[in-house]
Write a protein that binds this ligand. Structure first.
Ligand code: FAD
Length: 342
């Protein structure tokens, strides 16, 4: 196995978090990682260091301190306005080789995944991708990353004993953001920037945003599966009445009935709503990992033996095309009568 550029005996006892920003706003997953990183750093008595790249990043640095970072390394330059793999990978690679952190964590966003893959190859280290849990072994400082996968209901715990940094990308929604209660000031170190335009082989011509929805923050979810037969309008009506959002399993997304941003599960979004209403969903492991943090799960399915019923708190055996309209009707009636009684 190829050795990494530095080994555990040379490591800086620190957890580095890549603080990803888009148009001057920190990604939520970066704040989630700061919260988890703070907890692990306190446990190990290590430093928690945030890494920010961008243009005019002053506000972000302050925000990162309020979320618990001990120190921020920042690269601020007009050529870093937009994420480009050439510029970002170059500077992060250099910063890591100088400081040699033990752990380096990134959000499993499209750009975070892109950057992490390139860096892991350059640093000759491993990458635990798309993790759903993290912990540090108190004695050895070895990072244990939880990864679900191998196409089935397997949870693997992965360790990297001899390679550094111990890199992982973590799925959005796995950890909770902590309140911004920390001191907004701290040590800021500027990373030397040796960028020129000809080093960057891609150019952002236009930014087109898809539907802006973040299911990981929804308090109520109405999720539909194959059993809904593409009738997401019906689920939308129920979600609207309850101030919730509509989500889906993978098949309706693959069939084009609903946008990919709304897919829940292992390869979708991990959600933690107060209530999840699962309609026409069998309850495959890949889906359930996306709603297992819900406080209450209600499942509607025609098959009394559907696996979702073993996981749900309330089971309704029946046809979604009958149950959901009846539910909508009952909620409307309840709302109307409470308005009349005012
Ligand atoms: C690597 C990998 C990653 C994956 N990632 C994800 C992921 O992130 N998210 C995800 O969801 N899936 C994912 N999958 C797919 C997953 O394994 C399941 O195939 C999928 O979740 C099943 O979706 P479903 O429950 O909608 O469909 P089905 O399993 O076909 O279930 C449909 C259910 O609807 C019920 N039904 C039918 N008609 C009605 C009706 N009229 N009223 C009420 N109930 C009815 C049926 O009884 C059945 O239980 C992944 C698979 C792999 C291999």
């Amino acid at each position: 196995m190829v050795a990494s550029h530095y080994n555990p005996s040379e490591e800086q006892k620190a957890i580095w978090i890549y603080l990803e920003q888009e148009s001057g706003v920190l990604e939520n997953v970066s704040l989630e990682l700061l919260a988890k990183g703070r907890q692990m750093a306190d446990q190990m008595e290590w430093r928690l260091i945030g890494l920010i790249l961008g243009n005019k990043t002053g506000d972000l640095v302050e925000q990162a301190f309020t979320h618990g970072a001990d120190e921020i390394r920042v690269a601020d330059h007009p050529l870093l306005e937009n994420y480009t793999i050439d510029a970002y990978a170059r500077l992060v690679y250099q910063a890591i080789l100088v400081a040699k952190p033990s752990v380096f964590l990134l959000g499993a966003t499209p750009n975070g995944r892109d950057l992490a893959g390139r860096l892991a190859v350059r640093l000759r280290t491993g990458l635990n991708a798309d993790c759903t849990g993290l912990r540090l072994e108190p004695e050895s400082g070895v990072l244990v990353s939880e990864v679900s996968g191998f196409g089935g209901g397997v949870l693997a715990l992965i360790e990297m004993r001899s390679h550094r940094p111990q890199m992982a990308t973590v799925r959005p929604g796995v950890f909770e953001v902590s309140p911004p209660n920390y001191d907004p000031t701290g040590e800021t170190i500027h990373i030397p920037i040796d960028l020129t335009e000809d080093m960057i082989h891609t150019r952002v011509v236009e930014k087109v945003s898809g539907e802006q929805v973040d299911l990981s923050r929804a308090a109520l979810l109405v999720a539909g599966g194959r059993g809904v037969e593409g009738n997401f309008k019906l689920l939308g009506n129920l979600a609207n009445l309850l101030d919730g959002e509509v989500g889906a399993t993978r098949p309706p997304v693959d069939e084009g009935h609903i946008q990919r941003e709304r897919q829940i599960g292992q390869t979708g979004v991990v959600c933690s709503p107060k209530v999840a209403i699962c309609c026409g969903i069998s309850g495959a492991f890949h889906f359930v990992v996306g709603v297992e943090k819900a406080e209450t799960v209600i499942a509607i399915n025609t098959d009394p033996a559907a696996p979702i019923f073993e996981f749900a708190d309330y089971n309704v055996v029946g046809d979604v095309h009958e149950i959901v309209p009846a539910l909508i009707e009952a909620i409307r009636e309840r709302k109307n009568s409470s308005e009349t009684n005012l």
